[in-house]
Design a protein around this ligand. Sequence first.
Ligand SMILES: C[S@@+](CC[C@H](N)C(=O)[O-])C[C@H]1O[C@@H](n2cnc3c(N)ncnc32)[C@H](O)[C@@H]1O
Length: 177
Amino acid sequence: MATTLQGESLAVAPVKLEGLLSMKGGNGEASYVKNSQAQARHARSILHLLEATLDAVPLPEGDEHAFTVADLGCSCGNNTLFMVDVIVRHIAKRYELSGREAPEFQAFFSDLPSNDFNLLFQLLPPLTSFEGGSLGQCLAAAGGSRPYYAAGVPGSFYRHLFPERSVDFFYSAFSLH
Ligand SMILES: C[S@@+](CC[C@H](N)C(=O)[O-])C[C@H]1O[C@@H](n2cnc3c(N)ncnc32)[C@H](O)[C@@H]1O
């Protein structure tokens, strides 16, 4: 792959490029977590489009598998946590409205291996306790916790990341370069 910097032609191997594209980790002044308000605003401004898209997603038959969401290019800030939460709650609501019991949920947070997954995992709220109530009741009471299992998936979204047919909904924002 070739790119140009100040008129010079540079050859950048895809693997090297993947190292360059990651956001700045940690929570210092220059970090992505402290400098991603513009992305947060834009993502919130298209929530109606996200919800319309989620309304068109077929709910899987049977509840033996967790409903699975993947965020490609999640980075390490709060934006991904906010959007995954919106997605899970919207799908759970659809199950409730259709009179079906919602399955468990899981989210895969995926980004390049150089992403600061440590920070992301530290920002994750604790898992909601589902004991002693319906999913609807638990979700309603789940402020400050997350109603889904979480895992990080390192790798480029230009390669295989997941087994076939294992993800029900993909989300990706501000990540295509
Ligand atoms: C501007 S951040 C967006 C983060 C988050 N989606 C948000 O809305 O705040 C772009 C992210 O895309 C990731 N990214 C860029 N190219 C990628 C690729 N080929 N595979 C996976 N992630 C990639 C970067 O590492 C970075 O974390």
